[in-house]
Design a protein. Structure first.
Length: 176
């Protein structure tokens, strides 16, 4: 996990993985065939930590986003691993991840249809915005970390900002 989250597939070195694991490099190839298969295995083993462990709660999307924020801040290794997976576009992993995403989308769509949340943003856009805002201050943010001075050393202030942003999103009026 550490090697792939730091370097992705192209930059990761099986000899460093073997050394860190305290095993023979050839043994890794016996079990995983190649570096890509090992990467996909590591990624799959960690999907649940991000995609399934934190279920969407349509009745309280600000708290859902705050939980995602807490998770992203506490799991920088996994956030970087997910960023590498997106950059390296692993189709077999993408399909598995989409099942979880589609489930979350159906929850949001039902909440919009029931009027529990504004229809200002289609479910796909809303989920993308929630995930992006929640991960904005994680190490995987490609734009850096523009932290307001008052929140520089305060996880709680950033968390409240995430929740406030989501409240605004779900309350936004639908445009024709």
């Amino acid at each position: 996990m550490a090697e792939f989250s730091a370097f992705g597939i192209a930059g990761a070195r099986v000899d460093r993985i073997a050394e860190a694991a305290g095993c023979n490099k050839n043994l890794i190839y016996v079990y995983f065939d190649n570096k890509e298969t090992l990467f996909v295995t590591v990624l799959r083993n960690n999907f649940e930590r991000f995609y399934d462990k934190l279920p969407v709660v349509a009745e309280d999307l600000p708290s859902y986003a705050a939980d995602l924020f807490d998770f992203a801040m506490a799991n920088s290794d996994l956030m970087r691993l997910l960023a590498w997976a997106n950059l390296e576009r692993r189709a077999s992993v993408h399909e598995e991840r989409m099942a979880s995403i589609n489930h979350k989308l159906s929850i949001l769509e039902k909440a919009e249809q029931a009027g529990a949340i504004s229809g200002a943003f289609p479910a796909k856009a809303l989920l993308t915005l929630i995930l992006t805002i929640a991960a904005a201050w994680s190490e995987a943010n490609p734009f850096g970390h523009l932290v307001p001075p008052a929140a520089r050393d305060s996880h709680a202030i950033l968390r409240q900002m995430v929740m406030s942003a989501i409240r605004l999103l779900i309350a936004a009026p639908a445009t024709p």
